[in-house]
Design a protein around this ligand. Structure first.
Ligand code: BGC
Length: 249
């Protein structure tokens, strides 16, 4: 198995890529990115992925592709903040066709969770971990004993008659101009609900907002431990490569 794999993380506004040392769980060199094309159809996104891969020749073998969708049996079943033409698409087959390399296609929050559980804030935690990524939506990843239960989609848990992510995401904080205490009050309600259902030992809070953990961390409340993500903006890229490595070269 090669140690240097390419990780790619597709988001609604940018597509990030990097070469990951999968044995050490870290990025080798820089994280590079390109704007997500509009419309963000498979035909538009795949050439961007090819261009990013071309700029990272140090990576070999299998590619990990993290995507904001439920991925079942290799196919996207939903599409959050990307064109709905992705629904039904086999991301690994598209990469294979484009770059002639094997690939693994997985949910973006599951990828971020893998990075944190193997090498970040969840390392060494044998119990139940829930990672939440706060961004445009809320992504989630559920682990127990280091094993991922894929496609958990806790951002769509109903809270106050709506999807939790429509009430407590980082995007909603900006939209509604909520200050830290007002936003964290919502996050605390959400964590309480999740805790009542899953009794995690540890919540890991990720997404770009986790870089501001010092500002809001002291306001958080939960019977579970709460830690900020360590990989922040790189988590999807690192985790996608780790998932590809774990799937076999
Ligand atoms: C999607 C998830 C995704 C999350 C973060 C949610 O809206 O349903 O699949 O992981 O956003 O991108």
């Amino acid at each position: 198995m090669t140690d240097k794999l390419l990780g790619i993380d597709v988001g609604g506004s940018s597509i990030k890529a990097g070469v990951v040392d999968v044995a050490a769980g870290k990025l080798l060199g820089e994280l590079i990115s390109a704007p997500t094309p509009r419309p963000s159809t498979p035909e538009a996104i795949m050439p961007v992925i090819a261009a990013l891969a071309d700029r990272l020749p140090a990576a070999q073998g299998r590619i990990g592709l993290a995507f904001p969708a439920v991925v079942k049996h290799g196919r996207a079943r939903t599409a959050a903040n990307v064109d709905h033409a992705w629904i039904g698409a086999d991301g690994a087959a598209l990469v294979r066709r484009l770059l002639n390399r094997p690939a693994l296609f997985l949910n973006d929050a599951d990828a971020a969770g893998l990075a944190e559980v193997r090498f970040g804030a969840g390392r060494g935690e044998a119990g139940t971990i829930i990672l939440l990524t706060f961004g445009t939506g809320i992504g989630s990843a559920l682990f127990t004993g280091g094993h991922l239960l894929p496609n958990s989609e806790f951002g769509h848990m109903e809270l106050n008659g709506m999807d939790a992510e429509k009430w407590a995401s980082a995007h909603v904080k900006t939209l509604e101009n909520l200050d830290w205490p007002a936003w964290i009050e919502r996050v605390n309600v959400y964590l309480e609900r999740l805790h009542a259902l899953f009794w995690p030992d540890l919540f890991i809070l990720g997404g770009a907002i986790s870089e501001r953990f010092a500002d809001f961390g002291p306001l958080l409340r939960s019977p579970a431990r709460i830690a900020p993500a360590q990989f922040t903006g790189q988590a999807g890229v690192v985790g996608a490569a780790l998932a590809a490595a774990e799937a076999g070269a």
